[in-house]
Write a protein that binds this ligand. Structure first.
Ligand SMILES: [Zn+2]
Length: 264
């Protein structure tokens, strides 16, 4: 028998929960309590959010200033573009503080002599894991502006914003963070040795938090094509913006460049 997931209520205030198909950690739209679906264990992580400092008008202004110009952008981008969609979405993240120690042994070959190297490198990280599966959100480019963090409160959310629940819980997020940190440490070893013979990373998760970050997702049309801009509603930074290719193809681009050089 299929589960009637849409009939669930908040364990704290009894309010009806809004559920998406893959949701696992659900936040109550009335009291803001985060709870775990289909499980007897409560969700205990601290739940924070980032303050949205850009309302719709400020977001529009930020988009227009981004379209105004900059490296590799067509000269008429601002003039010939029109913002076609703009929506604020609260995106869920798990944020971990991780203490890492990587022990390695290997050989340095770049000096021409095969020098043996070994050692232990300690590091610590604040590492974020996006709480959604199969999303194309630019996680790597996005720097969580933790300076704007406050306790989660539905009253502090921007009006008419969309809210995303997490599609997996903190246990799975811890597995992901361990894998990602290990891969990252492995990458960093390439600075120390050219041939890695042994590497072992111990990662201790010291602190974990659940966090919702407000993001403006915008679409704009330029010369009959659609492009996307992802804008951080807390910091005001453009996380990623699609830039159209130079107008008219390479021929016109070269002609323009020539005009610049010969002053015609
Ligand atoms: Zn509630």
């Amino acid at each position: 028998m299929p589960e009637l997931v849409d009939s669930l209520n908040c364990p704290k205030c009894g309010g009806p929960l809004k559920l998406g198909p893959g949701d696992v950690i659900v936040t109550c739209p009335y009291c803001g309590t985060a709870s775990r679906l289909r499980s007897g264990t409560p969700f205990l992580l601290r739940h924070g959010m980032l303050t949205a400092r850009l309302d719709r008008a400020a977001a529009t202004a930020a988009l227009e200033s981004w379209l105004e110009g900059g490296f590799l952008k067509p000269a008429d981008l601002r003039r010939a573009s029109r913002v076609t969609s703009l929506e604020c979405v609260y995106v869920p993240f798990f944020v971990f503080e991780v203490d890492v120690k990587t022990s390695y042994a290997g050989v340095l070959t770049r000096t021409g002599t095969n020098e043996r190297r070994a050692g232990t490198v300690p590091r610590d990280y604040f590492w974020k894991v996006l709480g959604r599966r199969g999303s194309d959100f630019p996680v790597r480019e996005y720097k969580l502006p933790l300076a704007y963090k406050v306790p989660f409160d539905t009253a502090g959310m921007l009006p008419e914003s969309r809210f995303l629940n997490a599609e997996f819980d903190e246990e799975e997020a811890v597995r992901i963070v361990r894998q990602e940190v290990e891969a990252h440490e492995r990458e960093l070893l390439k600075d120390l040795v050219d041939v890695v013979e042994e590497a072992r990373t111990e990662a201790a998760v010291k602190d974990a938090e659940f966090l919702h970050a407000p993001i403006w997702l915008a679409g704009y049309a330029y010369r009959d094509r659609e492009y996307r801009i992802v804008l951080d509603a807390a910091s005001g930074e453009v996380v990623r913006g699609d830039i159209p290719p130079p107008t008219g193809g390479l021929g016109e681009f070269l002609k323009d460049a020539g005009r610049g050089i010969f002053g015609r």
